[in-house]
Design a protein around this ligand. Structure first.
Ligand code: ADP
Length: 233
C-alpha cells in the first residue's frame, strides 16, 4: 500500500506534466485558428499527449494489480527523437531546445515510460528555472566510467539535460532529493527530482548534478552498458 501511495503521487505529478503539454498544444491551435497546417500540427501534438496520458493510466493500473516492472533494452537516441515534440510543447515559446545525439550509443535497460517521465521532469524544471527564456541542451554520449567511481561497469550511456537558468544555491541543492521539497510555492510538488533519482537507480545507474547560481544547471543520467555492448573507438 505504501508503494502504491508513492506511485500514485508520482503518477499525479507526471500526469500534470502531460496535461500541461496538451493544454499548451490546444491553446496554440486556438491562437493559430486561421492556419490549418499549424492547427493540424498542434492537434497532432495534443493527440500524442493524450495517448501518453492513456499509457500512463494503463501503467498505474498494471502496477496496482501487480503486473509492473517492464524493464527492457532501449536506445536513448530513439527515445529522445520520439519525445522531442512533447518536450518542445512542455518548454513553451521563448525556450530553445537543442538536441545533440551522440554516435554509437548502445541500448541500455530501463522502464520506457519512466525514462520519458524523467526527461519531461528535467525539461519542465529547466523551463521553470528560465523565466526570461533560454536554451535547454539535451545530449547523449557513450562514455567510459567516470574516474570518481571506482566500481561498476566500464561504460555508460550518459543523457545530459543542461539549462542556462537561475542555478541553485547550496541550500536548495542539498534538499532537492527530499520528497516534497520545492521552491515553487503552490505550483511545485517536490517529487520530480526524487523520481528521476529513483528511476536512474532502479536502472542500475546514477545521477550527477552540476549547478551554479546565474550560470545554470546540468543533470547527467548515467545508464550502465552491458559488458561487450559498448564498442568505443
Ligand atoms: P518541483 O519541480 O515540483 O519543485 P522537483 O523535485 O522537480 O520538484 O524540484 C525540486 C526543486 O529543485 C525545485 O523546486 C527547484 O527549486 C530545484 N530545481 C530543480 N531543477 C532545477 C533546475 N534545472 N534549475 C534550478 N533549480 C532546479
Amino acid at each position: 500500500m505504501l508503494a502504491l501511495g508513492q506511485m500514485s503521487r508520482g503518477f499525479v505529478h507526471d500526469f500534470r506534466n502531460v496535461l500541461g503539454v496538451i493544454s499548451a498544444a490546444v491553446r496554440l491551435a486556438e491562437r493559430h485558428a486561421d492556419d490549418p497546417l499549424l492547427v493540424t500540427d498542434f492537434l497532432v501534438g495534443a493527440q500524442e499527449g493524450v495517448e501518453r496520458g492513456l499509457r500512463m493510466t494503463t501503467r498505474l493500473l498494471n502496477f496496482a494489480s501487480g503486473h509492473d516492472c517492464d524493464i527492457h533494452a532501449h536506445n536513448v537516441n530513439d527515445a529522445l527523437v520520439r519525445l522531442e515534440i512533447l518536450l518542445r510543447y512542455a518548454a513553451g515559446s521563448g525556450i530553445r531546445i537543442v538536441v545533440q545525439l551522440g554516435p554509437d550509443v548502445p541500448d541500455v535497460e530501463f522502464e520506457f515510460p519512466q525514462f520519458n517521465a524523467a526527461i519531461m521532469n528535467l525539461v519542465v524544471n529547466a523551463r521553470d528555472a528560465m523565466p526570461d527564456g533560454g536554451t535547454i541542451q539535451i545530449s547523449t554520449a557513450l562514455i567510459s566510467r567516470p574516474v570518481s567511481r571506482d566500481q561498476g561497469p566500464d561504460h555508460y550511456v550518459r543523457v545530459r539535460v543542461r539549462d542556462n537558468g537561475t542555478g541553485m544555491d547550496a541550500g536548495v541543492r542539498r534538499k532537492i532529493f527530499d520528497p516534497f521539497f520545492t521552491t515553487k510555492a503552490g505550483a511545485g510538488t517536490g517529487l520530480g527530482i526524487p523520481q528521476v533519482d529513483a528511476f536512474v537507480r532502479q536502472s542500475g545507474g546514477f545521477l550527477r548534478i552540476d549547478t551554479a547560481i546565474g550560470v545554470g544547471t546540468t543533470f547527467d543520467l548515467f545508464f550502465p552498458c552491458a559488458d561487450g555492448s559498448a564498442d568505443l573507438h
